[in-house]
Ligand binder design. Sequence first.
Ligand code: SAH
Length: 448
Amino acid sequence: MTQQKTKSPSTPHLPSQGNRDFRNRTKRDRNPPDAQRTISRGAPQLQVGSASAQPCLILKAGREKFLLRRHPWIFSGAIERVDGAPVSGDTLPVRDAAGNFLAWAAYNPDSQITARVWSWRENEVIDAEFFRNKISNALAARSGFNLARDNNGMRLIHAESDGLPGLIIDQYGDVLVLQIGSAGAERWRDIIADILQELCKPICIYERSDSDSRALEGLELRNSVLRGTLPDNVEVIENGLHFNVDVAAGQKTGFYLDQRDNRALTETLARDKEVLNCFCYTGGFSLYALRGGAKSVLSIDASADALRIAAENLTRNSLDASRAEWQEADVFQALRTLRDQGRKFDLIILDPPKFAPTAAFAEKAARGYKDINLLGFKLLRPGGLLCTYSCSGGISEDLFQKIIAGAALDAGVDAQIVHHLHASADHPVLLSFPEGAYLKGLVLRVAG
Ligand code: SAH
C-alpha cells in the first residue's frame, strides 16, 4: 500500500488519528520531533501554533459560521492556527476562537479545503465502528429505493452527502468501484474496504482514485484492484438495459449512474422523434431513446473508446442498429457543421463534461454552455425538445437557467421549461451541503 506521510489506517489507535486515542496520549506522543511536522507543502499558508500542544485546528473569530450551519468544509483561510504536529489524514478537533468544540475533521495541509468534517459530536470516536455505521446507514437508505428488479447499479456512498467526505462507492452488480478524493478517506481506505467486503460481499473492489482533483489534495493517483479479482466483463443493468462498464479505463468510475432517471425520462419523450445525443459516452441516452421508439438517433462523442462500447451496448440489447448513427467528433464543431448543413431534430440531448469544477471557472464555463445550447436551439424543429444538463459544481441551478435563457434569446426562440431535473436518488444532497447538487438539467420545449 502506498501512502504519503500518514500512519497506517490499520492502526487507528495511534495518536492523532482519533479522539479516543488523542485523549489517551502519552507525554511522549504529544511531543513528536519537530522534523515530523507537516505544514503546508501546497498553497495554503497555515499559521503554526505550539508544537507541544494537543493537535487542534483553531478557527479565526467569526469563521465558525459555516460549521455551525453544518457545512462540512473548512477552508485554509478560515484557520487561525494549527496546534500540535498533525499530518495529512489525521482526525483533529476543530475549535472556534474562544476554544469551543465545533467538529471532528480530517486534516489535509496540502488542500485549500484544509479539513473535512467527520462528525459534529464531541464524544464521537472516529474509528472502524464509525465507518461501519456510516456505510450501513447509506446502504439502508438505498435499500428503500426499490431499484432491485431491473437494476444492478447504484451509487452506494455519495461522499459528503452521506457523511463521508471524499468517498464515492459505485456498485455495478457484484463489482464495487471506490474513488477517494480526500486525505481523510485515504487514511481509512483499507478499513473501508474491509467493511464493504463484509457488508456487500463483492467479488471485486476496484479503486479508481485517479481524478485530477487528487492532485489538489496532494494525493497520488491510483487505478488498480483493491480486493478480489476484476472480471473480464463488468456489466451494469439499468432499467432493464445492459451496459458494458470499463471500470479501469472508462470515465469516472466507468458509468454515469447519476443520469438513470433522466435517461428513463428521455425514453418516454422519444417516440417517432429524430434525436441528437451530444456527449453520448457509452450510449446511455441513445439506447433509451431507441428503446422508446425514436425514428433515428445520431450520437456524438470525442472518445473513440466510448463510442466502441456504445456500439457494443446497442448489440447487447438487440436494439435496431439501422436507426443509430455514431459520430466521433468535437461537439462544438459538430453542432456548427449540422447547422451549416441545415439539419433539424425533434429531440436534442446535451450532457457535456464538467466545464466548471468550482465557481472560479464559472465564467468560462458559462460561455461553453451558452454556445452549445444556442446551437442546440437552432437545430430544433418548432415544438422540439432540448434536454440540457450541467454537472458543474461551480454553476448553480439558477445560473444554469439564466445561461439557457440567454442562449434561447440569442437563438431567437421562445422556450418553456417542462422539467427541472437532478441526479437520481442514490446521489442524495445533504441539505447543508449545496455543492452536492452538482447535476442539474432542464427539458425545454421550443414554441411550435
Ligand atoms: N451522457 C453520458 C455521459 C456524458 S459524459 C451518459 O449518459 O452516459 C461526457 C462525455 O463528453 C464523455 O463521453 C466525453 O468523452 C465527451 N466529451 C468531452 N468533451 C467533448 C467534446 N468537446 N466533444 C465531444 N465529446 C466530448
